[in-house]
Design a protein around this ligand. Structure first.
Ligand SMILES: [Zn+2]
Length: 170
């Protein structure tokens, strides 16, 4: 693991990517709903985005980086975390199953990390990926970096904003 340190330092010093791979296979940016900050009943606020898709849909790494966690907790169920460029921590939760990457493995943007499910406190709700991004200072909203077309055609402005619709879930 020690010989990984220079690579980790390069990763943490790299610029934060403004465009992310949409981390659920087959979902289009305009399908996303921004539920950042939505109340969750027990005083918590929603610190991420829920991306709905059929069970077993591939969950993709939004960025390259180092897998730092893969395991179960009560809230997130089966979840995977990847340390990404700029030191941001990318959290993928409620997985049905894990993909191949394990802690200590490097992944590229688009690598399959797992499969959509309803594990943890999402049990029994429509299957979705909960995707969160954390910085040292706390969570940041992934939505703006997912919902805009990364490279709009000339003259089309900053991209197409996703529609808004309420769709709370854990
Ligand atoms: Zn969520």
């Amino acid at each position: 693991m020690l010989r990984e340190i220079p690579r980790v330092v390069r990763l943490v010093r790299a610029p934060v990517p403004q465009d992310l791979v949409l981390p659920v296979e087959g979902v289009r940016p305009e399908e996303l709903v921004d539920t950042w900050g939505a109340a969750r009943g027990d005083g918590r606020r929603h610190e991420g985005i829920d991306i709905f898709a059929p069970r077993e849909t591939q969950v993709l790494a939004a960025t390259g980086g180092l897998v730092v966690r893969r395991g179960w907790n009560e809230l997130g169920g089966r979840r995977v975390a990847v340390l990404g460029p700029g030191g941001q921590y990318h959290y993928y939760a409620h997985l049905e199953e894990y993909g191949d990457p394990k802690p200590g493995n490097w992944v590229e943007a688009g690598t399959v990390l797992g499969y959509v499910g309803d594990s943890g406190n999402a049990q029994g709700t429509p299957t979705h990926l909960h995707y969160g991004i954390y910085e040292i200072t706390g969570a940041v909203n992934p939505y703006p970096r997912l919902a805009f077309t990364p490279r709009p055609l000339a003259g089309e402005g900053p991209g197409v904003r996703a529609r808004q619709a309420p769709s709370p879930s854990p």
